[in-house]
Design a protein around this ligand. Sequence first.
Ligand SMILES: [Zn+2]
Length: 319
Amino acid sequence: MTTTLGTASADPGEIDTGRLEVGETRDGSPFGLPVAVVNGADSGKTLYIQAASDGDELNGVGVVQQVVPQLDPTELSGTILIVGIVNYHGFQVAEHRNPIDDTKMNRAYPGNAAGTSSERIAAATFEAATRADLILDLHQGSTSRMIDEVRVRCGTRHRLHGECLELAKVFGCGYILDQKGPDGQLARAAPDEGIPTVDPELGGCVGWDETSIRKGVEGVFNVLRYYGFLEGERSPEPQTRAKGFEQFGAPAGGLVDLEPDLGDRVTTGDTLFTVTTPFGEPKQTVTADSDGILWRSRRLPQVATGEYVCSVATDIDEY
Ligand SMILES: [Zn+2]
């Protein structure tokens, strides 16, 4: 059976790329999101992958760029639908939010086909995503520094929590954040439609990070093997799971000297960072409120009072 997404159309055993038209840019030109359809020779499940829903998060684009040329549709069972760049307008100007309506795309799901710019793009991609049996929404910690992890956002009480957690474990970055996300996330809206969905968060960087992209590529192939799209065994390995997340801001202005490295375990009372003067004099020190793992930190050392410094994931277990 022929499968289409936007202008991409592939028969079994074929792959095609095209555009999913969403509207027009300010000069009246039609614009479309780059899409790919990989139609397996044999029948099976459908996987939906999207990247760059936040316009400055390019590692997911790097993953798509490396995965697609490695796929042989004649050896695939099932179908893969891909939107390579979701936040079209943000991507153009390397910004996180959609500059047309100053909105974070991943707060606009399930979207509205007659709504704002972000809501229309969300609606178009949600329609594509909800054709699938499984969804991967590729993100990263923006341009901050962050470990590679997978987020389960539906919440522990959701009927699909177990299936989302399984998908996160199969993807297998090593770390899982299992915490209900804010309204409007694809990983919140799609499980409500009965589709297991996770947000792989592939590090955090300006531009591309090769290590995070490699983990993302491995994660996609882990999913393809485990769920029967590709031959080959895949038994998921135990992951370090966090269920809480604490953010720390600067108590004073100056330069941040971060004590632990990303991924380090911290214990309540451990020094997280010291704010120093330009002359190296310590001003104030901030300590961990709970046991956990240093999960994310700012990239630039300079801070104003109250500015974000780092995050510690808490409530850690193995899953
Ligand atoms: Zn993101």
